[in-house]
Design a protein around this ligand. Structure first.
Ligand SMILES: NC(=O)C1=CN([C@@H]2O[C@H](COP(=O)(O)OP(=O)(O)OC[C@H]3O[C@@H](n4cnc5c(N)ncnc54)[C@H](OP(=O)(O)O)[C@@H]3O)[C@@H](O)[C@H]2O)C=CC1
Ligand SMILES: O=C(O)C1=N[C@H](C(=O)O)C[C@H](O)C1
Length: 234
């Protein structure tokens, strides 16, 4: 496939390596300084840019009939508008807060655990995410997906960043340390014990491989999809 990379930072560069290994061509790379490009020449676009740029990047692809994958976090207030545009244009779109296979299994595990824990009032839930110091958004998109997975199965109504426990909210502690690629922990603590599930990314290759697999899967399809569709977890 001819792939356009919208965003050529840490993730864009890792995706390039994996896409080339899998026999794809990178036809152009867009960063903050790219003035003009013709998105129509791409078979598929992969957006790993910045929160303020993602919506325009995605809309430009959909308006030009180019299927698009986005892993950029921190722009989801505009997700309903993207869904509407994608359906109107009969385009193809996938967003995932985390494209790695391991995290998508972790998402399933998190929901199963939440279902098991929600009757046990003696346990307090909390979450922690740790990322590198260059990260622009907090909490991470992955932490928000995990929180939504818990909200679906419990009486928690929302999440709260860096605030201690409350009955209706899930506290998420966000830490920024050196070059940590991404570590997420969901913990249930009682007076007598703790249960924790944790995913630790050792590098960015898992995110990048998942994004390229998602792009391969999306090519030739129309609709708004998630990694559950790509991985057959539905
Ligand atoms: N879903 C997932 O699996 C994962 C998601 N992410 C998310 O992906 C995003 C990118 O992460 P990362 O690569 O680490 O970030 P980087 O800061 O390393 O890269 C961001 C890139 O976006 C570029 N950029 C800035 N403005 C625009 C624009 N208008 N159009 C296109 N590109 C632009 C930057 O250009 P310049 O260098 O010129 O400023 C840079 O190349 C983040 O939102 C992060 O949270 C990260 C890992 C996994
Ligand atoms: O910014 C990052 O680096 C990452 N962002 C994603 C997120 O916000 O969840 C995915 C991963 O944790 C790395």
């Amino acid at each position: 496939m001819k792939i356009a990379l919208l965003g050529y930072g840490r993730m864009g560069k890792t995706i390039e390596k994996i896409a080339l290994q899998r026999g794809h061509k990178i036809i152009f790379k867009v960063d903050e300084n790219t003035k003009e490009y013709d998105i129509k020449t791409a078979d598929v676009a992969i957006d790993f840019s910045i929160p303020s740029a993602a919506f325009n990047n995605i809309s430009n692809c959909l308006n030009n009939d180019v299927p698009v994958i986005s892993g950029t976090t921190g722009w989801l207030d505009k997700y309903p508008a993207v869904t509407k545009l994608c359906n109107k244009k009969d385009g193809g779109f996938i967003y995932a807060s985390n494209f790695s296979l391991g995290v998508n299994i972790f998402f399933e595990l998190n929901e199963q655990l939440a279902k098991m824990m929600h009757q046990l009032e003696e346990y307090n839930i909390s979450m922690e995410e740790i990322h590198h110091t260059k990260k622009l958004d907090a909490p991470s998109g992955t932490a928000i997906t995990l929180a939504n997975g818990i909200i679906k199965h419990t009486n928690k109504k929302s999440w709260n960043l860096n605030v201690t426990n409350s009955d209706s909210q899930i506290p998420i502690i966000a830490k920024r340390i050196d070059d940590v690629p991404g570590t997420h922990t969901v913990a249930y603590n009682s007076e007598v014990d703790s249960i924790e599930i944790k995913h630790t990314a050792h590098n960015r290759s898992g995110f990048a491989l998942g994004a390229v697999i998602a792009a391969e899967w999306l090519y030739g399809k129309t609709g708004v999809f998630t990694m559950k569709d790509v991985l057959g977890l539905k």
